[in-house]
Design a protein around this ligand. Structure first.
Ligand code: ATP
Length: 453
């Protein structure tokens, strides 16, 4: 059976990610570890650009949000109070024929008979809850009293630090606490490359408010978050806000949207935006016996705030950025013949490397020296890459493939050898249009900065 164009596209993306150093399999030389991934030199830059931009927009640009960075291990009592210890589970089915462990919703049903999607076997167990948290022991003794879990979400440390952060920041409602950090879930079937991993990162905001503001703020945050995705280069047509129906929503949530992206493997969740009422703070207040109330100085009322939570996945968004950017077009090769060009059309803001710098010939010392001067000039402002090997067209292609939006070529005109007026000017090439323009070296940093932001 031939693979669908979407499956082929996904295969090409995965292979490009490995070939160019975006994403590697974790522990690859030992056969890997399912559901875990390492980001290589380009992947880490892309991921960092995303996290920095999220932090910039969600924390630095706002007066009503502060940040925090909580620990991954927390007191087990947190996970009892939050409900994770009892209910953070997926129903799971075992196939007795091929021993596959499946999520109950992946079991296929033919003529009313349940079948294993792997081997077609019909001898399946009844669904059983499987807790997705990784359990561990803290300290030297491995007994019931030392059990805790790797956090399955970052949000809980925000809730349990609510009072401390409120006191030190002296914010008034509505206000938010933001956090970016690792989360761990022992997913039954990690799949679709990095999309469903066992170790991943989240970018979460808990935006505390009064009960009467909850529904309005839910819609406000949905719009803000949709804008965010467009500002990092994801087109609106590939984004979808799904209203999560009553039966799928957590019982305490009064409204939830899933922001979904059209991946090559289908529409899938990038982010959840949920109005969680006062459930989280109330649970921790009741379980800890410590007040998590807010005192309203104007009305002299004390109450537990409600919360709206936009919770996004770093790894899923990185994958969406790569899927969105991946494209193939036609461009002339060295001999002027058309060839397929692979381009990652990243938004300049997200691109791991912003500008490539190339001396036309590597054996002409003055060209090399000038190119290196330009590298030194640009490096304090943006990520640059110096490349002198191979024909210039090849060097452009290598940068196109990793999504570098700009390329600067130093040629004999730069040295003033052909026309004195062109001395200290370079060719600036734009990745998507492949258009070239002549600009003064002195203007380069400012031109690039204005096109990147
Ligand atoms: P799903 O239904 O896909 O398992 P979820 O609804 O359980 O996701 P949330 O608990 O709302 O996810 O977590 C918030 C965000 O964290 C998700 O929108 C996603 O971007 C990210 N995330 C959750 N689980 C994973 C995972 N296993 N791998 C990568 N990212 C994840």
């Amino acid at each position: 059976m031939s693979r669908s164009p979407d499956a082929q596209r996904m295969e090409k993306i995965v292979s490009l990610c490995k070939r160019r150093g975006f994403v590697f399999q974790s522990s690859e030389i030992y056969g890997g570890l399912n559901g875990c991934w390492d980001y290589g030199p380009l992947g880490v830059e892309l991921k960092r650009n995303l996290k920095n931009y999220w932090w910039h927009v969600m924390v630095h640009e706002r007066d009503d949000v502060v940040g925090m960075d909580g620990s991954i291990l927390m007191n087990r009592a947190v996970w009892k109070a939050s409900g994770h210890e009892d209910t953070f589970s997926d129903p799971m089915v075992d196939c007795r024929s091929c021993k596959a462990r499946l999520r109950a919703d992946q079991v296929i049903e033919r003529k009313g008979v349940r079948q294993c999607p792997n081997c077609g076997g019909k001898d399946l167990t009844e669904p059983r809850p499987f807790n997705l948290m990784f359990m561990t022991y803290v300290g030297a003794t491995e007994d019931e009293s030392s059990i805790t879990y790797l956090r399955p979400e970052t949000a809980q440390s925000i809730f349990v630090q609510f009072k401390n952060v409120l006191e030190v920041s002296r914010k008034k409602l509505p206000f938010g606490i933001a956090q970016i950090g690792k989360a761990f879930r022992n997913e039954i079937n990690p799949r679709n490359f990095t999309f469903r991993s066992r170790e991943f990162e989240q970018m979460e905001l808990e935006y505390f408010c009064r009960a009467e503001e909850g529904m309005k703020l839910l819609d406000y945050w949905l719009e803000e978050r949709l804008k965010f995705y467009q500002n990092i280069g994801i087109s609106r047509e590939k984004l979808h806000a799904r209203t999560v129906p009553d039966e799928e929503r957590a019982f305490y949530s009064k409204g939830t949207y899933d922001i979904e992206y059209d991946f090559p493997f289908g529409w899938q969740e990038l982010e959840g935006v949920a109005y969680r009422t006062d459930y989280d703070l109330s649970q921790h207040q009741n379980a800890s016996g410590k007040s998590l109330e807010y005192f309203d100085e104007e009305t002299k009322q004390r109450f537990v705030p409600h919360v709206v939570e936009p919770s996004a996945g770093v790894d899923r968004t990185v994958l969406a950025l790569i899927c969105e950017a991946y494209s193939e077009d036609e461009a002339p090769d060295e001999k002027g013949e058309m060839e397929t060009r692979l381009v990652l059309r990243f938004h300049p803001r997200m691109a791991p490397i912003k500008c490539g710098v190339f001396p036309l010939l590597k054996n002409k010392e003055p060209l090399v020296a000038k190119a290196k001067e330009i590298i030194d000039l640009l490096r304090p402002h943006l990520t640059v890459f110096y490349d002198e090997s191979g024909a210039i067209g090849r060097r452009y292609r290598r940068q196109d493939e990793i999504g570098t939006p700009f390329g600067v070529t130093v040629d004999f005109e730069t040295l003033g050898e052909k026309d004195a007026a062109l001395c200290d000017t370079v060719t600036l090439r734009e990745r998507d249009s492949m258009k070239q323009e002549r600009v003064a070296i002195n203007d380069l940093a400012a031109i690039l900065a204005s096109r990147i932001s």
